[in-house]
Design a binder for this molecule. Structure first.
Ligand SMILES: Nc1ncnc2c1ncn2[C@@H]1O[C@H](COP(=O)(O)OS(=O)(=O)O)[C@@H](OP(=O)(O)O)[C@H]1O
Length: 344
């Protein structure tokens, strides 16, 4: 885990220690496979927007496998990571962030981040949930050394979806035995903030299934909304990044209180860490990604593939409708119009 490396500050800095070591201002918590690498590669052109760690993600409070939440991880090691970056820039007036896309689905992370900094700004990027699940499936299937490769290597998307949805349905059914403890409150509830045992068990049904379960956005978003006021949670959508990247970036700068930067227009049209090139820093044009996709048998529109997409769409429908309600109530930015018809 990158964040646990024992490093020390390298110079005798004159920067005030309490400012050097203060916790991050913001965190981009995910969701995984929703375009966070693109957002990162764009936003870090702005010299005021900085981040902790040697590369994009620290994974300090949660890794992407079940049973890896580290909400009581060593705080001093974490603050050291942040201080090292502030020292590198020799200034304490930059906006420091933690870009770990594994925090969104981590049930104890909202409370941990709130304890670190109650004023922390939380940024979430969300993509069509079926597309996100397919994206993660393909990434794990294609890369032998990736952590979930063994889980998917003998599956097609269709057989994997059947297995996972069956298991999640059964898990939710078991959790429903504790339904008498569910609160009917209209106000979002979170882990350590009003979540009942039944809700906690149900949330784990999704939190422990990285490929499909992590697309149950309502479960994880509710947890963050329970701990942070709406003004501290920015929800962006992948299609905004695709259709008007500068507008999504301006929105983020304004949310963070960062001055507007003059971004490189060529870079703004690039997509990072796509299925055409798996690396946080690898940039491709949209047409290059499409060309790779067209030659991919898994995404060919066979009947079993289409049935799996349809089953997942039905599975996510009630969950997406909770998101629509929060958008209607003004708790989050309005969802992409296509979502409202797909998940109506
Ligand atoms: N601007 C834009 N338009 C459309 N799609 C985009 C865009 N930016 C990123 N993406 C897609 O998001 C996927 C990568 O997401 P992440 O960078 O968050 O992945 S990771 O969690 O850091 O591994 C990856 O999806 P797949 O290509 O399906 O794997 C990217 O293609």
């Amino acid at each position: 885990i990158l964040g646990l490396k024992e490093e020390r500050l390298k110079t005798n800095t004159t920067l005030p220690m309490e400012e050097l070591y203060s916790p991050p201002h913001y965190s981009v918590i995910g969701q995984q496979k929703c375009g966070t690498s693109t957002l990162w590669n764009q936003l870090i052109q702005n010299p005021v927007i900085r981040w902790a760690g040697p590369s994009k993600e620290l994974f300090f409070w949660n890794v992407d496998l079940p049973k890896t939440t580290l909400c009581d991880n060593h705080i001093e090691s974490y603050l050291l990571q942040v201080a090292i970056q502030r020292e590198k820039f020799n200034r304490t007036d930059v906006l420091m962030g933690d870009w770990s896309t594994t925090y969104f689905s981590c049930l104890c992370c909202p409370l941990t981040l709130k304890m670190l900094n109650p004023k922390m700004k939380i940024i979430v990027v969300l993509r069509d949930p079926v597309q996100r699940a397919l994206s993660r499936f393909l990434e794990q299937k294609r890369n032998e050394r990736f952590p979930l490769h063994k889980e998917v290597k003998n599956h097609t998307f269709a057989t994997f979806v059947d297995q996972e949805v069956d298991e999640m349905d059964a898990c939710v059914e078991r959790a429903s035995a504790f339904k008498n403890q569910l609160s009917n409150s209209a106000v979002p509830v979170g882990w350590g903030g009003g979540m009942s045992l039944g809700q906690w068990m149900e949330a784990q049904c999704f939190a422990r299934r990285n490929i499909i379960g992590w697309s149950a956005y309502d479960v994880f978003l509710e947890n963050y909304l329970a701990h942070f006021p709406p003004g501290q949670v920015l929800v962006l959508y992948t299609n905004e990044l695709a259709e008007n990247p500068l507008s999504a970036i301006r929105k983020t700068e304004s949310f963070l209180g960062a001055p507007e930067f003059n971004y490189d227009p060529n870079r703004l049209s690039m997509v990072f860490n796509s299925r055409a090139c798996y690396h946080w820093k690898c940039a491709k044009k949209a047409n290059e990604i499409k060309a790779v996709d067209d030659s991919e048998p898994v995404t060919n529109r066979t009947a079993p593939f289409l049935q799996a997409v349809s089953r997942l769409t039905t599975f996510f429908k009630p969950r997406m409708q909770r998101m629509f309600k929060w958008a209607d109530e003004g708790r989050i930015a309005d969802v992409p119009p296509a979502w409202r018809s797909t998940y109506a």
